[in-house]
Design a protein around this ligand. Structure first.
Ligand code: ADP
Length: 639
């Protein structure tokens, strides 16, 4: 559970008992700082978090219950908790794997509310750290005073910086175990400064602490007289928030949904990503570019005179202009860019590596588009920060690559705006989130190439040919009978005076795709290009037949998505491997079996059979001519 998803229940403030309304009122107006803690396993994170919760005497009731399960000594009042017990409970939670999915904890002081994301330290938990860091204002990097800056320290700092965290605290912990020695502290700080400089962290705050003894946590410690900086809590209470910075930038609000309870009201709801807005402000809706002015700012508590970054509001406009989910409302004279090609930094989060050229869903704010990642320019070794050559990205890898989407998205560089620059990639088949990404900048060519509208459109082409365009997509193993059957189908259609064209795998590989081989990435690109060609031919009004193994579901889906609903007809030529191998018309199976031919589908390269093809033909029971007739009957009528 994310702590912010539910209303917190406070258990320790005396004010609650006396005057709940007054309490809630003061509490509501406190600012909220989100931060993450990271460090190696035994750097003392549990102790530090325990200390923060304990000293601030703010603990969730549900946390208490969980902890109380371990010991009957835990009461319902925060003050009654034994510190050692609290830490034990937090550590036990981690061991039980509760923190596998970032544990969010809530506490508060007189000045501020805090949500702390406790991110597990190992490299295999990069995903968790990315999740926690993407919304954090600050990172507390914990270092054991006896060990100094470690590989983990560097990796966490790099990730925190990469994910746009502007405030870094170097908490040199366990100072009690080094006798509160200033020289030890200074050496670690110098060491870290050199590293921070090398990766572009401009400033950080170093604090000598002992989570265990409470030194420099809530107030200055007598045991470090040589340190005159703030205590950890004092620093957390004082740093400026991202929302304050965001509020100073131009207004942007991604539209989450359109609120239309009746014909008289049409409002556009969303969370303000940056800037401020007032009734009367001139705005522009992107990507359409239509403009209007803000009429009202509506909230559940009545209309507002002004709203700023971080607030959820509903806007109404003075004019009836088109605006829907995924659009971005922006200040008219300072709109964000839109583009369809970018350079992005990706953190790969899935067991299955990046498939270069495959189409993934890209979700950026409320916009969802189909996007393809090119071969990475480089990957980053997160332990040494070196750039290394990479053909793909594996689990937990970080790399820089070009990304192109099927339509323009409204964005800002991540460094300027996390909401409009941060995105995730989703596998279209499994729906798993496979990567987190940060848009660095758009590529110039995307801004200069525009779609050329033409007067004679696809309907006109088809009308003249007196038919409905179709793409009959034959898929199956090599030797299954795709070419043979497609050829028979084309002959039948020709007899019926239909305008057709047959794209054959082997033929295309002699021309358009002769630069491609048979690796997964090349197979994906092969099918992407064939899909584009088939689409152009369908736009020209033709009935297109394609005979390609097209082994991956994702690419067949990609082509399906390119075409209007109902135009893509997937035909599975379902021939068992044994039968196709026995036919072995081209002698390829023999070569593959003897190892002469690598990456052969069905032998050492996978074939993903269609799950719901429009048509399936069985070539064991049907001859090629029978299969062709069966198919033609199924696709009628053709007008
Ligand atoms: P693909 O295009 O799928 O690689 P081909 O059409 O080139 O396959 O080869 C299929 C081979 O199988 C041809 O030699 C064809 O004559 C033979 N064959 C035998 N029975 C059938 C059938 N029922 N349907 C299609 N092909 C068949």
């Amino acid at each position: 559970m994310r702590a912010e998803d539910s209303e917190p229940v406070y258990v320790s403030d005396a004010l609650i008992a006396e005057d709940i309304d007054a309490y809630l009122e003061t509490h509501q107006h406190k600012t909220l700082l989100r931060f993450i803690t990271c460090g190696s396993v035994d750097d003392g994170k549990s102790t530090l978090i325990g200390r923060l919760l304990y000293d601030s005497k703010m603990i969730f009731e549900d946390q208490l219950e969980a902890l109380a399960a371990d010991s009957k000594r835990v009461g319902t009042q925060g003050q009654d908790i034994d510190f050692a017990l609290l830490v034990d409970g937090l550590a036990a939670e981690r061991e039980q794997g509760i923190t596998i999915d970032v544990a969010y904890r809530f506490f508060s002081t007189e000045k501020r509310k805090f949500i702390v994301a406790d991110c597990p330290g190992h490299e295999q938990y990069t995903r968790n750290m990315v999740t926690g860091a993407s919304t954090a204002d600050l990172a507390v990097i914990l270092v054991d005073a006896r060990k100094g800056v470690l590989t983990q320290t560097r990796r966490h700092s790099y990730l925190a910086h990469l994910l746009g965290i502007r405030h870094i605290v170097l908490a040199v912990n366990k100072m009690d175990l080094v006798g509160y020695d200033q020289a030890t502290f200074d050496a670690i700080v110098a060491d870290y400064r050199a590293f921070a400089d090398s990766i572009g962290i401009a400033a950080f705050t170093a604090i000598p602490i002992s989570g265990f003894r409470g030194d420099n946590i809530t107030g200055p410690s007598q045991r470090t007289p040589w340190y005159d900086g703030p205590s950890l809590i004092a620093h957390l209470e004082a740093v400026d928030l991202d929302t304050a910075r965001d509020a100073a930038r131009p207004f942007r609000m991604p539209v989450q949904w359109v609120n239309r309870p009746n014909l008289d009201f049409r409002g556009f709801a969303g969370l303000i990503a940056s800037g401020r807005v007032r009734p009367g402000d001139a705005i522009r809706v992107l990507p359409s570019g239509k403009s209007s002015t803000v009429a009202r700012i509506v909230t559940l508590d009545g209309d507002l005179e002004q709203a700023v970054a971080g607030q959820s509001v509903t806007l109404t406009f003075a004019d009836e202009i088109d605006c829907s989910r995924g659009d971005v409302v922006a200040r008219a004279d300072a709109p964000p860019q839109s583009a369809d090609q970018f350079e992005a930094t990706l953190v790969w989060l899935d067991e299955a590596p990046l498939q270069v050229g495959r189409a993934y869903w890209l979700k950026l704010g409320t916009q969802t588009v189909s996007a393809v990642v090119r071969e990475p320019k480089y990957a980053v070794n997160v332990n040494t920060m070196e750039h290394v050559a990479a053909k793909t990205l594996d689990l937990n890898a970080i790399g820089v690559a070009e990304v192109s989407s099927d339509r323009a998205i409204v964005f800002e560089p991540y460094a300027d705006n996390r909401t409009l620059g941060g995105f995730i990639l989703i596998d279209k088949m499994t729906n798993a989130t496979v990567a987190a990404g940060m848009l660095n900048f758009s590529l110039r060519r995307a801004q200069n190439v525009h779609w050329q509208p033409t007067d004679i459109d696809r309907e006109e082409h088809a009308r003249l040919k007196n038919q409905k365009p179709r793409v009959l997509w034959f898929t199956g193993l090599s030797g299954a009978g795709k070419s043979t059957i497609a050829n028979e189908v084309e002959k039948l259609l020709n007899l019926m005076n239909r305008h057709t064209f047959l794209l054959d795998g082997d033929n295309v590989r002699h021309g358009l795709n002769k630069d491609l081989g048979f690796t997964d990435a090349d197979r994906i690109e092969n099918i992407r290009r064939v899909g584009e060609v088939a689409k152009l031919m369908a736009d020209a009004g033709l009935i297109v037949l394609t005979a390609f193994i097209s082994p991956f579901r994702a690419e067949r889906q990609l082509v399906r998505d390119m075409l209007p609903e109902g135009e893509f007809i997937e035909i599975f030529v379902d021939t068992p491997l044994g039968v196709a191998e026995q036919r072995d018309v081209k002698g390829l199976y023999r070569k593959a079996r003897s190892g002469e031919l690598k990456n052969f589908t069905g032998i050492d390269s996978p074939y993903e059979a269609p799950e719901a093809p429009e048509i399936a033909v069985n070539t064991v029971d049907m001859t090629a001519a029978e299969a062709a007739e069966f198919i033609v009957r199924r696709i009628m009528p053709l007008k």
